[in-house]
Ligand binder design. Sequence first.
Ligand code: SAM
Length: 264
Amino acid sequence: MSTSPDPTQSTDSTDSMDAEFDTVALWTAEVVAGLEPAQRIPAGCRGSGSPGALHWLLDHLEPESDQVFLDCGAGVGGPAAFAARETGVRPVLTDPEPGACRAARSLFGLPALQAGTQLPIATGAAELGWSLGVLCTVDDQPAYLAEIRRVLHPKARFGLIVYCASHAGDLRLEAPEGNDFPTVEALESMLDRASLRVLDSGWTDHFAAFPADWEDVMGTVQRELELRHGDDPRWRTAEEQSGRMGALLAAGEVRGRMLVLKPT
Ligand SMILES: C[S@@+](CC[C@H](N)C(=O)[O-])C[C@H]1O[C@@H](n2cnc3c(N)ncnc32)[C@H](O)[C@@H]1O
C-alpha cells in the first residue's frame, strides 16, 4: 500500500513551501546538471525578475568586480550566478532550505549557507546584495528586514524584489500557501521602520518578459521535471503553488516591486 500523502488533501503551508523550495529545488538541480553550462542560469532563476529586471537592479547597485555579494533567500542560485557573470561580484548565498543550498552549490559552485531570518553574518559586514521574491514567503517580515539592515555596512546598497498586493484587503484569487503580500504602502512603512531608505524603485512588469532562449530552457526543464516527477504529490503541490502565483501576477492582483535600498 502506498504511504504517499493523498494529493487531493490540502497540505499546510510548511509542506507546500518545502515541496516548492526544497524538494523541487533538488529535482531541478538534477535536471539542470544535464544542460549546457550557459543554460544553467535561466534554469536556476526561480521567482526572480527577467534579465531586464536583474540588470536594472545591478545597474542601480553599482557593484565592483570582486565585491562580495550577499543573496538572501537565493533559491537554487540562478540570480546570484547571473550577477557574478554580468558584473564579476563574488556571491555568498543564504537560504533556509537545504535542497536549495545543495542545488546552488552543485549547479554554480557558489557558497551557500543554510539560514533563514537569522543570518550567520557579522553586523555591518555586507556591502552589497539582494533578496529577490523572498519577503512575501517570510513569517515575520519586519524581523527579516531588520536582520538585513543589521548586516549591512553603512555605505551598502541592497536590492529587493517584493511581490506586493495591488490593493488592501483580500486578494480576488487564492494566494500560494504561506505567502503574505504587503501593499506598497505597507512595504514602505516596514522599510522605514527597519531604517532602510529607498534610493530607487520600479516594477518588474515594466521590463520585457523572458527572452526566447530563456523561455526555451525553462520549458525544457519544466517538461523534464513533469516527466520524472509528474505523479509525485510534492510536484503537484509545487505546481499548484506556482500556478497560483502566476494567476495573481497575470490578473495584476500582485506585482513585483523592485527597490534599491541603503541603510539610514
Ligand atoms: C520565490 S523563491 C526565490 C528564490 C530566488 N531568490 C530567485 O529569485 O530565484 C523564495 C526563496 O525564499 C526562501 N526563504 C523562505 N523563507 C526565508 C527566510 N526566512 N529567509 C531567507 N530565505 C527564505 C525560500 O526557501 C526560497 O528559496
